[in-house]
Design a protein around this ligand. Structure first.
Ligand code: GTP
Ligand code: SPV
Ligand code: MN
Length: 590
């Protein structure tokens, strides 16, 4: 007798027609075998899937070059297919589920011919955690199988957990022929199913990540009373050794990975990493909010990563004794057999090969590494890994930070007056767009809680869910907005960022622990400059003041933009959000 899982795999094999089916067990030996296959047999275009890098300098590291059109998430090809269109909301593309399935069946028929179907059993969250979920993904490319082994807990334990049940999280993935016209990432929230074709890129292809752990999980969270969020989780240790845990939501490529592994510029403070991208938040029996990171890997942006900006990441990437680390679409130095990207320490090497495998011409003004080139590395390699990482119930959260890339208007840090005010802060969150998704860079887009591309249901209902969660907590975390990216009149960042961000975190801890006061502005509470530890920094007073400036005249356009955005959710927008909007307008006297 076959189990529902086996039957499901057989059914998919009938449709996609692979030459072989291979059930992965997540072992190290198996990963070696997959790397070997990807280095010698499987190709994308003219390149093998994996190319071994300098093993002395970058132990167990491999370079992967994607199809040239397949370099970032494709939000316009991503659909959330609820039966009722309104449940998907104005924030998602929608297709009627039967119609979406018909389309996917057509595109998938025979798509694995001549290939191996890898069956990947994994859990998101520690298998012993009451919050973890058992999942199975199918894929037809070794790159995705190896990446999933780094990013998730892939093992037979997931199969044991599923047992005879038909209730497991299903992912069907094929790179198809990489045709961007036939590329779809389809979500079926009520069936716990993600079906993706035509892309091998992270968020489109590692289906445990954004597709399940945010889009589907956020929908589960709405029904079951928890939150799935695009957030970092970290512990901040103070000079007395006390550790407070916080989370931070920031849109893609806005600094989460850097914050999660921050090397403190203040003596006595230390950061402990729990997660750099996704948090699942549950209310504990003590009325506090607890966070787990469902992932086990870091899929981080390479450009800008250096010993200066993120030394802990460089140590993570170079650590011996774990297997393996992948670099995707970075440049390559053929003389030393090393990966390279813009912003890496040292002089720019001569004769670089660009991310597409062609000699890099410095005159052309192109980047050698793709701006969204990434590394995939195990979080267990990180020297800053928290000892609570595998704690099945997670860590209690004292503060939630909401951030984005705003060159104007938004102060370095602002504390919300209460939970509802903080939720509104998150709702009006915006960011200037980056290279992590395919769209024009540098344009302001509203991105509530950094979840706009990842909320698997109507965001109006999502705002209400946040408000409800606040009411259920006896000790809700305080909420803060941060912005590392405000610029001066010359367009230069005022705040040094990176390791110096600890100064802002210290103020947040001091507030959480009732050690300092604050100054009220129309937006909320900001630090008195005397309470912000600026020792050793050399920022002129006028610029410091600019970091916290709230000029009501500048806010006119911003308020109009917020209002326009809120109007999209009419019919599902909670009254409390409108009340907060009116209150902000009144405070700014606009
Ligand atoms: P995703 O993985 O896409 O979700 O991105 P992320 O939010 O983890 O972003 P990440 O930490 O990788 O940072 C993205 C870019 O922002 C990199 O180029 C960093 O160098 C830059 N960055 C990060 N922190 C700071 C900061 O404090 N100040 C400035 N100016 N830049 C920063
Ligand atoms: C992001 O874009 O927010 C990422 C990378 O973290 S991806 O896995 O593609 O979503
Ligand atoms: Mn992300």
């Amino acid at each position: 007798m076959s189990t529902p899982l086996q039957k499901w795999v057989e059914e998919q094999a009938k449709l996609t027609q692979p030459d072989n089916i291979y059930w992965c067990d997540g072992s190290e030996e198996e990963a070696r075998k997959l790397i070997d296959i990807g280095s010698k047999k499987e190709r994308i275009g003219e390149h093998f899937i994996f190319q071994a890098l300098n093993q002395d300098k970058w132990p167990n590291a491999y370079l992967h070059r994607s199809h040239p059109t397949d370099v970032a998430r494709t939000e316009h090809l991503t659909f959330v297919c609820h039966n009722n269109k309104n449940n998907s909301g104005p924030n998602n593309n929608w297709m009627q589920p039967d119609e979406a399935k018909k389309l996917m069946m057509k595109l998938s028929a025979g798509c694995m011919k001549g290939k191996t179907m890898y069956v990947l059993p994994y859990t998101m969250g520690h298998p012993d955690s009451p919050y973890s979920k058992a999942c199975v993904q199918l894929t037809d490319v070794s790159y995705v199988a190896v990446s999933m082994r780094i990013m998730t807990r892939m093992s037979k334990k997931a199969i044991d957990k599923i047992g005879e049940s038909a209730d497991f999280v299903k992912g069907i993935h094929s790179v198809g022929d990489f045709d961007p016209e036939k590329r779809y990432i389809m979500h079926f929230p009520d069936e716990h199913l993600v079906w993706s074709i035509g892309s091998g890129y992270g968020g489109n292809a590692l289906l445990g990540k954004k597709c399940f752990s945010l889009r589907i999980a956020s929908w589960l969270g709405l029904q079951e009373g928890w939150l799935a969020e695009h957030m970092v989780i970290l512990g901040i240790q103070d000079p007395k050794g006390k550790i407070n845990y916080i989370t931070a939501a920031m849109p893609s490529a806005c600094g989460k990975t850097n914050l999660a592994m921050l090397e403190s510029a203040l003596p006595g403070y230390k950061i402990w990493t729990i997660g750099d991208d996704i948090a699942w938040l549950n209310i504990g029996p003590d009325g506090r909010l607890y966070a787990i990171n469902p992932e086990t890997g870091l899929f981080g942006v390479a450009p800008g990563t250096s010993l200066k900006t993120n030394p802990n990441m460089l140590h993570t990437l170079k650590k011996k004794d774990f297997y393996p680390t992948l670099f995707t679409n970075t440049a390559f130095n053929p003389e030393t057999n090393e990966p390279w990207w813009e912003g890496l320490d040292g002089p720019i090497p001569q004769n670089l090969i660009d991310w597409q495998g062609k000699p890099w011409n410095t005159q052309q003004g192109t980047k050698a590494a793709h701006p969204n080139s990434r590394f995939t590395v195990s979080i267990y390699n990180s020297p800053t890994l928290s000892k609570e990482f595998d704690n099945p119930i997670g860590v209690p959260i004292s503060a939630i930070i909401l951030g984005g890339k705003r060159t104007q208007l938004i102060p370095l840090v602002t504390e919300a007056l209460n939970w509802q005010h903080g939720v509104f802060m998150g709702v009006r969150n915006g960011s200037e767009t980056t290279a992590a998704a395919i769209h024009k860079e540098g344009i302001l887009r509203r991105d509530p809680m950094a979840m706009l591309p990842f909320c698997g249901y109507n965001m109006g209902d999502y705002f209400q869910h946040w408000l409800n969660m606040g009411k259920r907590m006896k000790h809700p975390p305080k909420i803060y907005s941060v912005n590392w990216f405000r610029v001066d009149d010359e367009g230069k960042f005022i705040w040094p960022g990176f390791g110096e961000n600890i100064r802002v975190l210290k103020w947040i801890l001091d507030r959480v622990n009732n050690k300092v006061g604050a100054r009220e502005t129309p937006l909320g509470l900001v630090p008195e400059l005397k309470d912000l530890d600026l020792k050793g920094l050399d920022i002129p007073l006028a610029k410091l003041e600019k970091l916290f400036q709230v000029n009501p005249l500048d806010w006119k356009e911003e308020l109009q933009d917020i209002k326009k955005f809120l109007a999209k959710f009419e019919g599902n927008l909670p009254q409390e959000i409108l009340t907060e909007y009116e209150s902000l307008s009144a405070k700014l006297k606009i």
